[in-house]
Design a protein around this ligand. Structure first.
Ligand SMILES: [Zn+2]
Length: 320
């Protein structure tokens, strides 16, 4: 394809990143990324005004023609219309924003919008760890767990544009543990970062370190490597639970590969060995060799995915 430059925006609960992404047959090129605070508590209208300001500033920084605007946003997104159909209490008033139409009205540029987890997954599947793969299960494990299934460059959206909530899948080790969604027994509260810290403290590990800093995942990982048995056990429980769910999902979806990203996926062997054991224990023989690979795009994944969605999306009607 001829190179196309897209204004790409990533709207999260704490910051908005906006830059210029050029897609061609080669590696995506990202330039001129600016980040500003979202100030989500000031309401949806304020966030929208900030987004429009950032897009206009990026248009000014562009040196050549622009194809349009690709946006990755927190909240439930209808990618056919570019509307935010729901957002939680961390972004009050963001749900109901006609984001794509408003950006187009303000800038004159066509715009397509995708949920941020879906955009991350699309970026990794098309241009990162899944490059060349026909289908990918993409899972990000950090303070929460997000996931998406991408086949032939298309995100599986589901009936409510909500598909991919792998953090809210039942797993045996989580039996009885309450989840942020209101249910009990889900993967996220035991396999995401805060669950590892809770388990470490429950086993008798320190709640703080270094003169009062609250315990964090990176410190637990250091302690696991240094021989702290509570840290090793907390990481192993989380890794095993994730691996078991990944094995189950691979039985269901049979992806070409699984892509893992996020801070927890950086943990050392106590976590990764348990994750692989959990996976092998659940995956059926024909899919047991499915590669589990690292994400490659880091924080750039949502911007690249948003640009990719603009250029190649098969389901979005472009707001003109
Ligand atoms: Zn849940």
């Amino acid at each position: 394809m001829d190179p196309q430059t897209i204004v790409a925006v990533d709207i999260g609960g704490t910051k908005i990143a906006c830059g210029l992404v050029t897609l061609s047959d080669d590696k995506p090129v990202i330039k001129s990324v600016e980040k500003v605070p979202t100030c989500a508590m000031e309401g949806g209208a304020h966030v929208l005004a900030t987004v429009i300001e950032q897009v206009k500033a990026a248009v000014e920084r562009a040196e050549g023609p622009l194809a349009g605007v690709g946006i990755s946003s927190a909240g439930v997104v209808n990618p056919r219309t570019g509307d935010i159909t729901f957002a939680n209490e961390l972004m009050p008033g963001w749900g109901g924003t006609a984001l794509g139409a408003e950006v187009t009205a303000a800038t004159g540029l066509a715009c397509r919008v995708l949920n941020d987890v879906h955009a991350h997954a699309l970026g990794e599947a098309r241009w990162g760890g899944g490059r060349g793969a026909q289908s990918c299960l993409v899972v990000a494990v950090g303070t929460g767990i997000g996931g998406a299934f991408v086949e032939r460059g298309q995100i599986m959206l589901g009936a409510h544009d909500e598909a991919g909530h792998i953090g809210h899948v039942c797993c045996p080790a989580a039996a009885g543990v309450p989840c942020s969604c209101g249910a009990t027994g889900h993967l996220e509260p035991i396999a995401a970062g805060p669950g590892i810290i809770r388990e470490y403290v429950r086993l008798g590990g320190d709640e703080t370190y270094d003169g009062g800093k609250p315990m964090d995942g990176a410190e637990i990982d250091r302690r696991a490597a240094a021989g702290d048995e509570h840290a090793q056990a907390a990481e192993a429980r989380a890794g095993r639970a994730l691996g078991e769910v990944l094995g189950s999902m691979v039985n269901m979806l049979d992806p070409t590969c699984v892509i893992l990203s996020g801070s927890v996926a950086q943990c050392g062997r106590w976590w990764s060995d348990a994750m692989e054991d959990g996976f092998k224990g659940q995956a059926m023989p024909p899919v047991a060799g499915t590669p589990i690979v690292d994400g490659e795009l880091g924080g750039d994944a949502p911007l690249i995915g948003a640009a990719e969605n603009f250029v190649r999306s098969g389901y979005a009607e472009v707001a003109e």
